[in-house]
Every structure is written in structure tokens, then in C-alpha cells.
Design a protein around this ligand. Structure first.
Ligand SMILES: NC(=O)C1=CN([C@@H]2O[C@H](COP(=O)(O)OP(=O)(O)OC[C@H]3O[C@@H](n4cnc5c(N)ncnc54)[C@H](O)[C@@H]3O)[C@@H](O)[C@H]2O)[C@@H](O)CC1
Ligand SMILES: [K+]
Length: 522
């Protein structure tokens, strides 16, 4: 599991470490890791060596600038020609600057240095940054963009909000981000994630803090349901700040979560998912959702609704009925909403699915109907895109535009999960899945090619099947997003447009790659 922690968490963990270590230790660890990565990049890149390479440090007023200056000093000691632009000279990190000068580095105010550098270190702001880049930094960042330098962001690209991934104005576009101790949420969530380039974590010993965990290490987050907050003190207490952890499933996590039939399994024990979707006018959504559900690890798929004939023609494996969810046989989870329209019959289908006493995934038209209720059962999974999220938010008295939802996906997904009291999967450039408490999950496999008609119907059928197979709403949503994203990548071969049916066709291969070692996450 890849984990990111919010600034408040990082500060608390660092505070605990700083109290135990000699002064400056953490910054030296950060600078050493940063310099090692820069040296590697210089050796791999055009100069092919550190000696005589041109390095420009952009140093802001905080410790982020300190990290960059100390790393610059280390590179200067290895023969690099290092220059530093001080963006707030009166408040520059004094120790870092002294170290750089002592190692032979120089201060510069010549913008041309940015254009001819081999490597630019963005030490403008780190986790202390708020708002867009300030005017003093802009000409330097623009000049670096004009040149051929490899841009390395220190901890995170300046201008990206560390906790939300929002990019409120100008920001640094990094080729590589060297992040300390743990990922920051803004590095995993768009739009911030798209500014970070390749993210390389550097261990600075946060794992030494009780209960803390750098990438991949055990970290008690109180799992998906805990409502704990800021529990520090007693020796056995993990450092836990509710809502401060963001996770991204990796291939081995998905492998462990995928349902696998055992010798005892028959079709009913594997789970049956019910799909209440489509309408006489829009049968396609039903066909797509059922088709994906058939690949979702359940023993059978029931369809209930007006598109029964079209569904069985496309998928003879499905058990179909023309009535509503109440008249269908037993299922372990319902999917309700895709292509349902919003008439009285649709409303009844949503009511019946919500009252069925099993986990229910609500999508599309179902969400618009649900917004009028302003609440959902605790084991529901809501799967809005930004536009549907706006309607759902209105249902709990929150006014927001789609653009605002897209800009702060984590925040609005959490707000919906808390407001409706259930799990929410917010679709988009970075799909976010979260319950009212505990960690949020972001999907690492997405591709822009998934933004295609019917793609959401495929996702809801697949996630519903995983719910019926017994996964929790958080696991079902995040595993479905992972497989759906991977299938989309496989179907598009990277950049070829895909139709929703092609995503479904690629699901078996995505599943196969996810349950075997050998990796899938890009
Ligand atoms: N706290 C720690 O123990 C460690 C921190 N480290 C580094 O320290 C960083 C955090 O340092 P700080 O807390 O000093 O904060 P930063 O260096 O991230 O930034 C704070 C400074 O930037 C200014 N600032 C804020 N927003 C700005 C904007 N949009 N444009 C320009 N200037 C802006 C503030 O006025 C303040 O002076 C981390 O990101 C990491 O790089 C590392 O050295 C590892 C250890
Ligand atoms: K930075």
C-alpha cells in the first residue's frame, strides 16, 4: 500500500522525532537523500556526471529552501557548479546558505542561469506553502521551463497544496519530486499529482515514530471505520489523525482483496449481484452494467427492470426479470441507477434497492433521486462524477460547482461521505474512494481514456459485483476503480480512444494481471 499523510500528521511525527535527535539531523537526512537523487539524475542525463554540471537552487524562505541549499552544498562538494537564487534573501535558511557558500556555491540573480542549468532544485516552498507561487518566483520558474533542465521538486512541487492537491494558480511542473518521510496527499491526487512527475520517497526515519509508517510499512490507521483523532501519548497508541491518511492500492493489495472461489463455492455462495438499471429508452446502461458485473467475481447476476429483453439478448448468462428489485430473487448487493431515468418507476426501484437490507451501490439517476433524501444506508456506495457530486452536495446543503469539486476532490468526497453517512467513490481524473472516517483511497491506474460514454456503467456493475462477493464498500470501490483503470489502459494501449465495451472486454486480463505477481500499477 502506498500511503500519504496530511501536513498536520507529518508535523506531529516530525515533532516527535526532532525531540529525540540532535538538532538538524532530519534536515541533513532530507538533504542527503535529495542530493543522492540529483546526482543519480545528473549521471543518467545529458551531462552524464555530477562534476562540472550546472545546478540551480531556487530557495524560498523556509526549511524547504534549507533542504535545497544543503543538497546544493553536497553537489558542489562533488564538483557541480551550483548557483542559488534567493527568493526572500532576508529570510533565507542561514545554515543552508552558509553551507552552500562554504562548498563553493554562489548566489545569483541572473535568470539565464535557469535557462542553461542541467538541473533545477525547487526549494521555493514545501509543506508550509499556501496559495499560488508568489511573483518573485515566477520569472525563475518560467525560465527553468524554457531551458532543458531536469526540474526536481523538493518535498512537493511549489504551488501545489500539500493536503488537497489543489493548484490555485502558477505552480512548478517537476520531472521528479523527492518527498520526505511519506507521500503527501497532494502528490497522489489531481491536479497536484500531474505536476509531480516521478515521485521518489526518501526515508528520513519517520518509521521510528511509534505507529508511523513510511511507504509500505505498517501504520495503524484505525482501518476504515475508526473515528479516532490525534491519539498520541500512551506507548501503545499509534499516531492517528482521522482523515489524515490517503492510500493508493498497489497490485499486491488488490491481489489480496480479489474474491477467489474455493472448492466449496457454488454460484450462490460466490454471491449474486442485482442490477436495477436502464429503461425502455436507455437499455444500454443496463447491458453495460450487467456485462461488467459478469466479470466481477460473483456466481450470478440478476437484472431487474425494463431492459430485460435487451440484457438477456446481450448476456444470456444473466437472470432477468421485468419487475423491480422487490420482485427479484435474493441478492447480496444491489446496483441501482445507471440509465434508470428519474420517473416514478425509477424512484420506486431506488427505494426498493435501498430497503433491501443488503449493500447497495447507487449511481447516475439513482444519485439524483438520492439527493432528495439527503441520507443513505451506512453500507451504501455512492459513485458520482463531479456533476452528480454537485447535486448530492446540494442535498446536504453544500453549494459547490463541478470545477470546485474537481479542484478539491479529497475534500468534497469526504464531505459527501460524512454528509450521507456512507462510502463515496468520486470519479474523475483521480478517482477518490472514502468512508465518513478513516483513510481515503486514490486510484493509481486511471487514464484519461476512461472518460467515455458508458464507462461509469461498467464501473458500477463491476463494483456492485465485488460488493456482492463480500468486499466492504471501500474495498469494492477501490478495487473496482483499480481494475477498471487498468482495463482502460489495456484497451486503449496508452492513447487510443476506447469504447466502454472494450473496457469490459479487457477486464479478465486486468484481473489476471492484478492477481499475479509481476505488477500492474504504472
Ligand atoms: N519539519 C521537519 O522536521 C522537516 C522539514 N523538512 C522540510 O521543511 C519543509 C517545511 O518547512 P517550513 O515549515 O519552513 O515551510 P516551507 O519551507 O514549506 O514554507 C514556508 C515559508 O514559505 C513562505 N510561503 C508560504 N506560501 C508561499 C507561497 N505560495 N509562495 C512563496 N512563499 C510562500 C512562508 O511565508 C514561509 O516563510 C518541508 O516541506 C521539508 O522540505 C525537511 O527538512 C525534513 C524535516
Ligand atoms: K518545493
Amino acid at each position: 500500500m502506498r500511503r500519504a499523510h496530511a501536513v498536520e500528521w507529518v508535523r506531529a511525527a516530525e515533532g516527535e522525532l526532532i525531540a529525540r535527535l540532535p538538532e538538524g539531523t532530519l534536515m541533513q537526512r532530507a538533504a542527503a537523500g535529495l542530493a543522492a537523487t540529483c546526482a543519480e539524475l545528473l549521471r543518467e542525463g545529458v551531462p552524464g556526471r555530477v562534476y562540472a554540471s550546472r545546478v540551480l537552487v531556487l530557495a524560498g524562505s523556509g526549511d524547504n529552501g534549507g533542504d535545497a541549499l544543503y543538497a546544493g552544498a553536497r553537489l558542489a562538494r562533488r564538483g557541480a557548479r551550483v548557483r542559488a537564487a534567493l527568493l526572500a534573501p532576508a529570510r533565507v535558511h542561514a545554515g543552508g546558505l552558509a553551507a552552500l557558500l562554504a562548498a563553493g556555491g554562489r548566489v545569483t540573480d541572473d535568470l539565464a542561469e535557469a535557462e542553461r542549468a542541467d538541473l533545477v532544485l525547487d526549494g521555493i516552498v514545501g509543506i508550509g506553502g499556501r496559495g499560488p507561487l508568489r511573483d518573485t518566483a515566477l520569472p525563475w520558474v518560467d525560465a527553468a521551463g524554457r531551458g532543458a533542465a531536469t526540474v526536481v521538486a523538493v518535498d512537493l512541487p511549489s504551488g501545489v497544496d500539500p493536503d488537497s492537491g489543489a493548484v490555485p494558480g502558477a505552480a512548478v511542473h517537476a520531472d521528479v519530486t523527492v518527498t520526505f518521510g511519506t507521500h503527501k496527499p497532494g502528490l497522489l491526487v489531481d491536479p497536484g499529482a500531474s505536476y509531480a512527475g516521478v515521485v521518489r520517497p526518501v526515508d528520513i526515519g519517520l518509521g521510528e515514530v511509534r505507529g508511523a509508517g513510511a511507504d509500505g510499512e505498517a501504520l495503524s490507521t484505525g482501518a476504515s471505520g475508526a473515528a479516532g483523532r490525534s491519539l498520541r501519548g500512551a506507548d501503545t497508541t499509534p499516531l492517528l489523525l482521522d482523515g489524515h491518511v490517503v492510500e493508493a492500492l498497489q497490485q499486491e493489495d488488490v491481489a489480496a482483496l480479489l474474491p477467489a472461489p474455493d472448492a466449496e463455492s457454488d454460484k450462490y455462495r460466490r454471491g449474486v449481484v442485482g442490477i436495477a438499471a436502464g429503461s425502455a429508452r436507455y437499455p444500454g446502461a443496463a447491458v453495460l452494467a450487467v456485462g461488467a458485473a459478469l466479470h466481477g467475481g460473483v456466481g450470478a447476476v440478476r437484472y431487474a427492470g425494463a431492459a430485460a429483453r435487451e440484457v438477456v439478448r446481450a448476456h444470456p448468462e444473466a437472470l432477468v426479470g421485468e419487475g423491480g428489485p422487490k420482485d427479484a430473487g435474493r441478492v447480496q448487493a444491489w446496483v441501482v441507477g445507471p440509465g434508470l431515468s428519474q420517473d416514478a418507476e425509477a424512484e420506486r426501484a431506488v427505494e426498493e434497492a435501498l430497503d433491501a437490507g443488503v449493500p447497495v451501490l447507487v449511481d447516475a439517476d439513482g444519485l439524483r433521486l438520492l439527493a432528495r433524501r439527503g441520507a443513505a444506508p451506512a453500507d451504501a456506495l455512492l459513485t458520482p462524477h463531479a456533476g452528480e457530486a454537485v447535486a448530492l452536495l446540494a442535498g446536504i446543503g453544500v453549494t459547490a460547482t463541478s470545477a470546485q469539486v474537481e479542484a478539491e476532490r479529497l475534500r468534497f468526497a469526504r464531505e459527501l461521505a460524512r454528509g450521507y453517512g456512507c462510502t463515496v467513490l468520486l470519479k474523475g481524473s483521480t478517482t477518490v474512494v472514502t468512508g465518513p472516517h478513516g483513510p481515503a483511497r486514490v486510484n493509481p491506474t486511471g487514464t484519461a481514456q476512461l472518460a467515455t460514454a458508458g464507462s461509469g456503467d461498467v464501473l458500477s456493475g463491476l463494483a456492485g459485483a465485488l460488493l456482492a462477493a463480500g468486499l466492504t464498500p471501500l474495498d469494492a470501490g477501490s478495487v473496482a476503480a483499480y481494475l477498471h483503470g487498468l482495463a482502460g489502459r489495456l484497451a486503449s494501449g496508452g492513447d487510443v480512444p476506447v469504447a466502454a465495451g472494450a473496457i469490459t472486454a479487457a477486464l479478465p486480463e486486468a484481473w489476471r494481471r492484478s492477481c499475479h505477481s509481476g505488477g500492474a500499477t504504472g
